[in-house]
Design a protein around this ligand. Structure first.
Ligand code: CP3
Length: 345
């Protein structure tokens, strides 16, 4: 074990070990809620920013300084590896990822070639800078889960019902299997690059998997997420698995092999404990919208999350999904302090 793993509350909680206090970080902690982020981002597009190591380093550090969180999360995006292998994809402000030529048939699949380290030189550069700057605080690397990546590639952009993605899944099982396999390989490569450069944990964001029924999730997504986690089993870092609206899928998701299961705000953590396999830590799960309410509401709800989180074998405090852009940064700073003080052992 590295010295960091012995002392970092975040890594201890992921490993279900005793912690001095409940560690906390926030999904999308870097980003539009921070004025210092908005000031830096005026000069470059989102994906250009993601491929500029100095900017990535600075933007990743901003929430660490402001909020006092127990882990940093690499400033990047789930579509970065797709663009790096030549998929025409951009992030349109206020919209999300948009694909020039969506993937709709077997003939489109060769465009999803394997990702190599040379495709994303800026990622290990930024991770290396960050590991130095963070001086022992863990850096979380991440990638998109196979269903979530497929949803952008097939539907061509953000979508409410994932019509084209799901119809490909239902109508063309062989194409679907090939697509998911390629995405799993790209994700494995992207996560390995981050770990090899020094990331201390990884999170798989299969954000939109909650749109599937349990049977469809098990048949069409779980095998590929399992492959991703199995490939990282020997990497020696905690693996976190997160999705939104996954209440019905938590048991199946926990079978995919991660060490930590992320829970959105819909399922209380004590109930999530009953739904996941034994041997898992949980991460979550304050509704990000609660941060827009008066402080006494935030405080009461955060304490409730901590209380329910005590029933888990390990608990990493987080929101149930990403920080909303209109969130007051001071509320997040105050919340971090509340979690640290209220959970002291
Ligand atoms: O958590 C962090 O601080 C790390 C940064 C991070 C970003 N994207 C930066 C970003 C992470 C972890 C992601 C993951 C991501 N990207 C997911 C999975 C997580 C989730 O929220 O469910 C998804 C689905 C995407 C795709 C994506 N990228 C969307 C839907 C959007 C929002 C579009 C919009 O403008 O509302 C993006 C853009 C994006 N990714 C921003 C940031 C900070 C906003 C870019 C900006 O400044 O305009």
């Amino acid at each position: 074990m590295t010295p960091q793993a012995d002392v970092s509350p975040f890594l201890l909680a992921c490993r279900r070990k005793p912690v001095p206090y409940t560690p906390v970080w926030y999904m999308r902690q870097a980003g539009r809620a921070l004025p210092e982020y908005r000031a830096l981002r005026t000069k470059k597009s989102m994906l250009d920013a993601c491929s500029t190591p100095d900017l990535v380093t600075e933007i990743t550090m901003q929430p660490v300084r402001r909020y006092g969180v127990d882990a940093a999360v690499l400033f990047s995006d789930i579509v970065v590896p797709l663009r790096a292998i030549g998929v025409g994809i951009d992030i349109k402000p206020g919209v999300g990822p948009v694909v020039d030529r969506p993937i709709r048939s077997a003939a489109d699949l060769p465009r999803l070639r394997p990702l190599e380290a040379g495709d994303v030189p800026y990622v290990p550069q930024a991770v290396g800078n960050l590991v130095k700057e963070l001086a022992g605080k863990p850096l979380i690397g991440f990638a998109g889960g196979p269903f979530t990546l497929a949803s952008y590639l097939v539907d061509g952009g953000p979508s409410k019902n994932y019509e084209l993605t799901k119809s490909l899944m239902y109508a063309e099982p062989a194409v679907w299997a090939d697509l998911m396999d390629r995405l799993a390989e790209i994700t494995i490569a992207f996560l390995r690059i981050q770990v090899q450069a020094g990331a201390s944990a990884v999170q798989l964001f299969d954000s939109w998997a909650g749109s599937l029924s349990l049977d469809d999730y098990r048949a069409n997504v779980l095998p590929y997420s399992r492959k991703v986690f199995a490939a990282l089993a020997d990497a020696g870092v905690p693996r976190i698995h997160f999705g939104v609206g996954t209440g019905e899928l938590l048991g199946a998701m926990s079978e995919a092999g991660a060490d930590v299961v992320g829970v959105d705000w819909r399922v209380p953590l004590d109930e999530a404990v009953r739904r996941v396999e034994p041997g898992k830590a949980l991460q979550g799960n304050l509704d990000p919208a609660i941060l827009l309410a008066p402080w006494h509401v935030v405080e009461q709800r955060a304490l409730q999350v901590l209380e329910r989180g005590r029933t888990a074998e390990g608990h990493v405090f987080n929101l149930g999904h990403g920080v909303l852009p209109q969130t007051d940064p001071d509320v997040l700073a105050r919340l971090t302090e509340l979690v640290h003080v209220a959970s002291q052992r």
